[in-house]
Design a binder for this molecule. Structure first.
Ligand SMILES: Nc1ncnc2c1ncn2[C@@H]1O[C@H](COP(=O)(O)OP(=O)(O)O)[C@@H](O)[C@H]1O
Ligand SMILES: [Mg+2]
Length: 296
């Protein structure tokens, strides 16, 4: 078999292989990161699930008309294993978990949209009554539905650092008003579209994070879309405000390591096999529910 090149970049979850100036290959590994630390043990099949889920959403978005209405593109060039460039084409280490994409100039903000109060949004609200500069009604409980979805950007931290919530004003200072407005409008439109689609599958989309890049002055949706790594999905049937509803993602791992009292600095603790298997089961379950919601 042909020797594989080393990745040109290793993210926490994805490996990037630059093909030429315009294109790169993105391979999703089974690595799990929580609190921005990568765990030593993989979650079997996770990369394949992330790739499939992302591809399904990218396709649904293309068909939705939102790209025309809000003037953006996505980065996908090729998703079929047998149409990837050599030496990746049909390679067993790449099958089912790799896509060929357009290289873009990444916007160094995570474009987060929240429909419910959870995670760092809930923490910020308890401290200050606001989330990223959005002041919210008093008396909200954990996991409560927000009056409307809010855009709460975070900085895209360098490897090893934690992403940090910032105000929209901070983003405006870095990117300008127009680009910030456009990214916010696109993010909220995709969030609303995905929430509606998931409702039919009995799933609530709590929050999600998008990444964008710029190519020829056009806004491009990059990285991953609405995966269980980038989104909190809740089961409608167990949803209860005032609690932390169980998610379909690594929340299970987060809860496990928080209860260990880990300081969230590398190295990550060892995960017991049942935590790994349970997490894998959750990823598989949300993959099925998303397929159901998108009519696959
Ligand atoms: N089309 C693209 N153009 C430029 N950068 C991209 C594109 N798609 C993904 N990326 C970047 O590639 C990396 C993917 O690796 P990942 O493991 O997801 O990273 P992270 O550790 O930041 O989550 C991220 O830095 C992401 O911003
Ligand atoms: Mg990422």
């Amino acid at each position: 078999m042909v020797n594989l090149p080393e990745p040109d970049y290793r993210g926490k979850v994805r490996d990037l292989f630059f093909i030429d100036r315009e294109r790169m290959l993105v391979r999703a590994s089974d690595r799990l990161s929580a609190f921005d630390v990568v765990f030593g043990q993989p979650i079997p099949d996770k990369g394949r699930i992330l790739t499939r889920v992302s591809n399904l959403w990218f396709e649904a978005l293309r068909k939705s008309g939102l790209q025309q209405e809000f003037e953006f593109e996505d980065h996908l060039l090729e998703t079929a294993d047998d149409r990837l460039p050599e030496p990746f084409c049909n390679h067993p280490d790449f099958v089912g978990r790799s896509v060929l994409v357009r290289r873009t100039e990444r916007v160094d903000f995570e474009c987060v949209v929240r429909g419910y109060l959870a995670g760092s949004g809930w923490k910020d609200y308890q401290r200050s009554g606001a989330v990223c500069g959005h002041s919210l009604p008093e008396g909200l409980r954990q996991a409560d539905l927000l009056p409307e979805p809010i855009f709460t950007p975070a900085t895209k931290a360098a490897l090893g650092d934690h992403d940090e919530n910032v105000s929209t004003e901070y983003m405006v200072a870095k990117l300008g008003q127009r680009r910030t407005d456009r990214l916010r409008e696109i993010s909220i439109a995709i969030f609303n579209f995905a929430s509606q689609r998931m409702q039919s599958a009995g799933i609530l989309l709590c929050d999600t994070k998008f990444e964008f890049g710029i190519r020829n002055d056009r806004i491009v949706l990059i990285d991953e879309a609405l995966t269980p790594d980038s989104s909190r999905y809740w089961d409608q049937s167990t949803y209860e405000p005032g609690t932390s509803p169980p998610g379909f993602d690594k929340q299970f791992v987060r809860d496990y390591v928080e209860q260990l009292g880990w300081n969230k600095k590398p190295p990550a603790p060892q995960l017991p096999d049942d935590v790994i298997q349970k997490t894998r089961g959750l990823y598989e379950e949300i993959e099925r529910r998303i397929e159901g919601a998108l009519g696959i």
